[in-house]
Design a protein around this ligand. Structure first.
Ligand code: FPP
Ligand code: MG
Length: 448
């Protein structure tokens, strides 16, 4: 298993960014992300037999150790380190090995979506989010304030769907039920989770502002990208500023375990971006590499924030509830990203709020292309040269549409959405749990 440190990663990134070339590799990121059996030829998840205890076994044992239980392994005192090694690989591997399919209480294929509106359930919390964030990212400098507040102003187009905050609020309530909190504790946990929802959206927004600089994108959510509206410097600084204020808010939660989990999501976001910037032809042809990158770029923030929501309701880091919350976010995030990549082929600028077929224009190979290769090997050449010659994007599009690429991509997303549902099913029954399950239907049917 390869590991790498954040410091090494940044050192590796700088020359490559400067030169715009492959440079030093982020080769350490080699993890396997779950794929449905039969689609990848690889075993997605290894079921551990027996009851709850054995399915959650290894993690539960660690939780016992943290609680100081007699059955657990006590941690040897380690010297404090400023930058610890990345745990991304082992996190993903653990999540893949854990199957919660025995808990299945809902089938996305055969059951109707629960009759509940997840957005309405947490509408009050989400309504406060814009004002809350605008207050937190007010600065002396006018441009910095305006650019940092850009996606938190009025108007639905700019706000986006607020999927991450909705996930956090629903997961917070769903996991609170499993914690049996008294009224004051419950209110405290809800308030903490509202803050976490805002923090998560600030991090996400910062990453989008920076991403649009890296991708030289003109538009975002149907309007101008921040760097086009202001300047590249303003966009870089406003993303940094959002992150800085999110970090202050995180520290104010006074929950070191949540700070640590959320910090890991920041690292993963950067890792994902590096994987995208620096890929070899072989890596661009690999579904495993694509899914790993998708975990880093999209699913990690959802996984760590869902897990943090459970921590804020009093669950231990390695508890079954916290692990189920993380697993929900992980699979939900992968389904979300895979559908995003499908929509890049099927959506229009109007529905997406950004131009279609952007991925290939940026040289990226996503699931539809990778599956298309099985029927049209010619796609390999186009992937290898990053669709860089005149007509490559158009030709690749034709070949994908003439293959089962889109259909198999939908199957891949469905596999992950169902795994997310199964993780939810291990939580106590509640309206919020139904809301999360409903979101899994939404993620598969969304058109924007
Ligand atoms: C969108 O991807 C980009 C992300 C989800 C993550 C971007 C991460 C960074 C720029 C690393 C820096 C991180 C922080 C926290 C500042 P996309 O380009 O595939 O999607 P798009 O079509 O919506 O642009
Ligand atoms: Mg982009």
């Amino acid at each position: 298993m390869a590991v790498f440190s954040s410091a090494a990663m940044l050192v590796a990134l700088l020359p490559a960014l400067a030169a715009g070339a492959a440079g030093a590799r982020c080769g350490a990121v080699r993890m396997m992300v779950g794929m449905p059996d039969g689609l990848s030829g690889k075993v997605a998840s290894t079921k551990r037999g027996g009851g709850m205890a054995s399915r959650f076994g290894a993690r539960a044992a660690t939780a016992a150790a943290e609680r100081g239980g007699s059955g657990g392994r006590r941690r040897a005192a380690a010297p404090p380190s400023v930058v610890s090694e990345s745990t991304t690989f082992s996190t993903v591997s653990d999540l893949n090995q854990l199957s919660l399919s025995d808990f299945r209480c809902h089938s996305l294929a055969t059951d109707d979506a629960p009759d509940v509106d997840p957005f309405a359930l947490v509408a009050d919390e989400i309504a406060l989010l814009n004002d809350d964030v605008c207050t937190q990212v007010g600065a002396e400098d006018e441009v910095l304030t305006a650019s940092a507040q850009h996606f938190f102003g009025t108007g639905n187009t700019r706000a986006g769907k607020r999927v991450r905050p909705v996930l956090v609020c629903l997961m917070g309530r769903a996991t609170a039920l499993a914690a049996k909190l008294d009224e004051p504790q419950q209110q405290h946990a809800e308030a903490q989770n509202r803050r976490l929802a805002a923090i998560t959206e600030m991090i996400h927004t910062a990453s989008l502002v920076h991403d649009d600089v890296l991708d030289a994108a003109d538009t975002r959510r149907g309007g101008s990208a921040v760097h086009r509206l202001y300047s590249t410097k303003a966009a870089v600084l406003s993303g940094d500023f959002l992150l800085a204020r999110a970090s202050v808010a995180l520290a104010r939660l006074e929950m070191p375990s949540v700070t640590q989990e959320m910090a890991k999501s920041l690292e993963a976001l950067v890792q994902g971006e590096i994987m995208q910037l620096q890929s070899s032809a072989d890596e661009r042809l690999s579904l495993e590499y694509y899914l790993t990158k998708s975990y880093c770029k999209t699913a990690s923030l959802m996984a760590f924030s869902c897990k943090s929501a459970a921590l804020l309701t009093g669950h231990l880091r390695e508890s079954e509830v916290a692990v189920a919350a993380e697993k929900f976010g992980y699979h939900f995030g992968l389904a979300f990203q895979v559908i995003d990549d499908l929509l890049d082929f099927t959506g229009t600028s109007d529905t997406l709020g950004k131009p279609g077929l952007q991925d290939m224009a940026l040289g990226l190979s996503t699931a539809p292309v990778l599956y298309g290769i099985d029927e049209h090997p010619e796609l390999k050449t186009l992937v290898a040269r990053k669709f860089g010659e005149d007509g490559d994007v158009q030709r690749a599009c034709e070949l994908v549409l003439d293959s089962r690429g889109l259909e198999r991509t939908k199957e891949l997303a469905t596999f992950h959405a169902q795994a997310a549902v199964d993780a939810c099913c291990s939580l106590p029954e509640s309206e919020e749990r139904d809301g999360l399950i409903q979101l899994c239907h939404v993620v598969l049917s969304r058109s924007s």
